[in-house]
Design a protein around this ligand. Sequence first.
Ligand SMILES: Nc1ncnc2c1ncn2[C@@H]1O[C@H](COP(=O)(O)OP(=O)(O)O)[C@@H](O)[C@H]1O
Ligand SMILES: O=C(O)C[C@@H](O)[C@H](O)C(=O)COP(=O)(O)O
Length: 336
Amino acid sequence: MTYVTFPEAKELDFVAIGRLCIDLNANEIHRPMEETMTFTKYVGGSPANITIGMSRLGMKTAFIGKIANDQMGRFIASYLERNAIDTSNVVTDRTGAVTGLAFTEIKSPTDCSILMYRDNVADLKLTPNEVQESLIAGAKVLLISGTALAQSPSREAVFQALDYAKKHGAVIVFDLDYRPYTWTSPEETAVYYNLAAEKCDIVLGTREEFDMMEKFEHNPEKDDHITAAKWFDYSAKIVIIKHGKDGSIAYTRDGVGHRAKSFPAKVVKTFGAGDSYAAGFIYGVMQGWTLEKSMEYGSAAACIVISSHSCSDAMPTAAAVDDYIERCNRGEITAS
Ligand SMILES: Nc1ncnc2c1ncn2[C@@H]1O[C@H](COP(=O)(O)OP(=O)(O)O)[C@@H](O)[C@H]1O
Ligand SMILES: O=C(O)C[C@@H](O)[C@H](O)C(=O)COP(=O)(O)O
């Protein structure tokens, strides 16, 4: 059964809009940030990670965003280019804005946190008139990410991109990617998330992220069915609610909740799971696979990334995901 139809005659498979940042992942793991002395630098930012994941899986990709006019911004642009991502709509800021930094703390495989430095960041300065209509017109999928809605003018740039995607028939994916520190109030957050979600074909988020969106709803039991059903009155065809290592459920308009098996992983850190899952899942549905198989693919990609030190740089190729699934099926990989 096909739940989403992707436009065929478009040369670009996937374009994402949102933040391009730097992850600084602790080298000395299993200790608090206070005791961490060295970090490894990677490209970061959830939509950037997903785009790198899609590119590694063999998809033709592009990114719409804004980078700082400094060494970090140039590092990001060159990493995207080396990963075959079209950067023609990656704009350089001219106002002195900086690159967002995410310092990660890896206290244990289950206790990880992120310390964000996001004052005056370039990514939130993308303006609507910098979004290229022609790029979105030529793409099968537009992915938006919630953090870009946190401030103007990036917020308006995302709504402009949504408008172009609707006009040109791109499938719109919304990764909720809720990062509270970028927002000023829960009410503002819920309003803008809901306005954007109304326009999207596929909505992906954790239970906690959907809870945030239900600020003005009545769902006391945090029932996934109730959460998903709301979006089928708008544009959504698939709503995925993720539950960490307990897996995820994809709801469809027929009321069915599709579940897929998850895989064991030797977990180094928890972050990066959602981004790699999104890349694997979107890749799968674009191949015409069942939702279950696509979710499995996303889960296996997530296992590879959480077993690694980075998010972006660890994004697997299709051969690596296939190999991981085969090794799990042969019982060669066990949980940590
Ligand atoms: N410890 C784990 N072991 C195996 N798979 C995991 C683990 N944590 C996450 N995953 C996989 O990654 C997916 C997304 O993870 P989740 O933690 O829900 O997202 P996010 O990183 O956005 O919070 C899950 O649905 C699951 O398939
Ligand atoms: O999104 C960011 O700015 C930081 C990411 O690069 C980071 O590594 C991360 O948190 C990944 O998010 P997740 O996949 O939702 O766990």
